[in-house]
Design a protein around this ligand. Structure first.
Ligand code: SF4
Length: 340
């Protein structure tokens, strides 16, 4: 948002959502700012807006919603968290605050990723640089004996900054995980362990121990129509955007959950875990990128009708391959209607 990219269809801005959390009021604001354009959900659980005309006004409105809390740290607030665990989501908020409180960490590369996994291995599949999983810190997927606390994650980020030259990720640094663990007085305790992401991503109805329901909805091709986003905001319950281009509504009672499905399913949100659309993604292609050699979105929508039961496909419109999902997938490059 503070350093917009100039795309073929105008200013492209990314709004970071640490842990994927977004309030209904903030989603409503994003939907209004999007105008007629879709809100794009990214592979790190953030939101992109395309064709933003008045950037200053957009920044002011986002600051008022709390979505831009820090000029200095905006680029480095890259935190993913298991979406179904409220404890982990709360830890993500605390980690975000603690990150912003360390001025030196504003120098982290924008690709450095923090993850908080609740033991399901879902966000562990993103191979974060510094991650809490199974009660310890993992560094680039390697388990260590460092305690699973937010300060230890931030210390690991600082240790990376101290030893890096121009590397963007711990994986780029020779023997990176071991060096950073040692710098913190710990050690790597096992081989790199990065699980496959959930396939398909979990959607539907999730009963919670407190009697409430979480509803998970797939967003076709990660493009959330702004009017549909306003319907989601109007439910007025906490929302999480996930790295699998799905969104979760938390804290519903059964009656409200049934109503939400009745309203949002006809608007295209996916509540059926068997939908092939959950396993297809695409870059924006010629709907907004000057490099595009074809219509990746249209091709992806067509492909959804033909892919195999376990297959995941990512369609792009040039060899650069933006927006690829984590884990195994088949990449399809569209060039003027042909594909390879
Ligand atoms: S993969 Fe190519 S066409 Fe698609 S968004 Fe990236 S640069 Fe543009």
């Amino acid at each position: 948002m503070l350093r917009p990219h100039s795309a073929a269809d105008g200013a492209l801005v990314r709004v970071r959502l640490p842990g994927g959390r977004i309030s209904p009021a903030a989603l409503q604001e994003l939907a209004e700012l999007a105008g007629e354009n879709a809100l794009e959900l990214t592979s790190r659980g953030n939101v992109q807006l395309r064709g933003v005309v008045d950037l200053d006004a957009a920044r002011e409105r986002l600051m008022a919603t709390g979505l831009l809390p820090s000029d200095s740290h905006e680029r480095v607030r890259n935190i993913v968290a298991s979406p179904l665990s409220s404890d982990v989501r709360d830890t993500a908020a605390r980690l975000d605050e603690a990150l912003q409180a360390r001025p030196e960490l504003a120098e982290l590369p924008g690709r450095f990723l923090f993850a908080l996994d609740d033991g399901t291995g879902d966000v562990a599949a993103l191979a974060a640089d510094a991650e809490i999983r199974d009660g310890v810190v993992h560094l680039d997927g390697h388990p260590t004996d460092l305690p699973a606390t937010a300060p230890h994650l931030l210390d690991a980020a600082q240790a990376f900054l101290d030893v890096r030259a121009d590397e963007w990720r711990i994986r780029d640094l020779p023997d990176g995980a071991r060096r950073i663990a040692r710098a913190l007085g710990g050690r790597v305790t096992g081989p790199r362990d990065v699980p496959e992401p959930p396939n398909p991503p979990p959607v539907g109805w999730f009963d919670q121990a407190d009697g409430t329901v979480v509803l998970g909805a797939g967003v076709p091709l990660g493009r959330l129509d702004p009017r549909t986003a306003q319907f989601v905001a109007a439910v007025d319950h906490p929302i999480t955007i996930t790295p699998w281009r799905t969104l979760y509504l938390h804290g519903l009672d059964e009656g409200a959950a049934e109503t939400v499905v009745r309203v949002l399913a006809p608007r295209g949100l996916i509540f059926d875990a068997n939908s092939p659309l959950l396993r297809v993604s695409a870059c924006v292609g010629d709907h907004g990128c000057a490099r595009a050699q074809g219509d990746a979105l249209a091709h992806a929508a067509e492909l959804a009708g033909t892919i195999g039961d376990d297959e995941r496909v990512h369609v792009v419109a040039c060899a650069r391959g933006c927006g690829a999902p984590s884990g195994e997938h088949r990449r399809v490059v569209v060039r003027d209607g042909a594909d390879d």
